[in-house]
Design a protein around this ligand. Structure first.
Ligand SMILES: Nc1ncnc2c1ncn2[C@@H]1O[C@H](COP(=O)(O)OP(=O)(O)OP(=O)(O)O)[C@@H](O)[C@H]1O
Ligand SMILES: [Mg+2]
Length: 225
């Protein structure tokens, strides 16, 4: 797995006001990297993660992922191809966890597997393993509102992993958590990185996560410094 983004430009237009958010970002990510993206609020970290993960598209620039000698170019995929690709290769842990409120913890984790075509039985087995991995066996039937912030974040991590992605993008995975919970999340990410050989790209304000990374990318005003 190798991800290469070239000269990514992204702007938002609101009421004839154009904000240039990414001003030509290039990045090269190798297999099983553990990368932190840091920088002030508004620098464009979330926007960049969304584009690298194929959930948002740039105004211009390319994102190309190579896996086992096959090249996937976001620009040349239609929506359906892109969403299939994402479901199979990419896991996303969002800045605000985006768990579905009407579903239980285990159902939230199972969902991407069901979408990918797993049977209910298989999806459930996989989800149970992941619940165990994030230490939440006893919260299986809790709804998101019946979970603490740290627990919700761990469920979101489990959900991101169920289809065994090659790359996981995590946007502030410890954003609203206290020290103990943040430490716990970091340990889980570290374990996954070592055990499953997953590439992690993490937007974070946490010095601890940054210190733990193999590589730190600094962003400011829409560019990589
Ligand atoms: N949908 C949108 N429409 C208009 N402007 C947007 C939109 N999304 C983001 N922006 C603007 O783009 C800039 C970059 O936002 P982004 O969320 O990528 O920053 P960030 O580095 O992730 O910040 P934070 O550390 O606060 O999460 C901000 O100035 C924001 O106001
Ligand atoms: Mg952000």
């Amino acid at each position: 797995m190798h991800l290469k983004a070239d000269n990514i430009i992204k702007s938002y237009t609101k009421m004839q006001n154009v904000t240039l958010v990414l001003k030509g970002v290039s990045i090269d990510i190798q297999e099983s990297d553990f990368i932190s993206i840091i920088g002030p609020s508004g620098a464009g970290k979330s926007t960049l993660l969304h584009i690298l993960g194929g959930i948002d598209s740039p105004d211009s620039g390319d994102v190309i992922i190579e896996h086992n000698g096959v090249y996937y170019d976001y620009n040349s995929m239609n929506n359906k191809e892109l969403s299939n690709f994402r479901n199979k290769f990419i896991g996303f842990v969002f800045q605000f966890h985006h768990l579905l409120p009407e579903f239980t913890a285990i159902e939230n984790i199972m969902l991407p597997a069901l979408i990918a075509g797993d049977s209910n039985k298989i999806a459930k087995e996989k989800a149970k393993e992941l619940l165990n991995l994030v230490n939440l066996d006893l919260r299986e039937t809790h709804k998101p509102t019946e979970l603490s912030g740290g627990e919700q974040q761990r469920i979101a991590i489990a959900r991101a992993l169920i289809n065994e992605p090659k790359i996981v993008f995590a946007d502030e995975p410890t954003g609203n958590l206290d020290r103990a919970n943040s430490q716990n999340i970091l340990e889980i990410l570290d374990l996954l990185h070592k055990k499953m050989n997953i590439t992690f790209i993490i937007a974070t304000h946490s010095d601890e996560i940054a210190a733990h990374s193999q590589r730190i990318i600094r962003m400011k005003d829409g560019i990589i410094e």
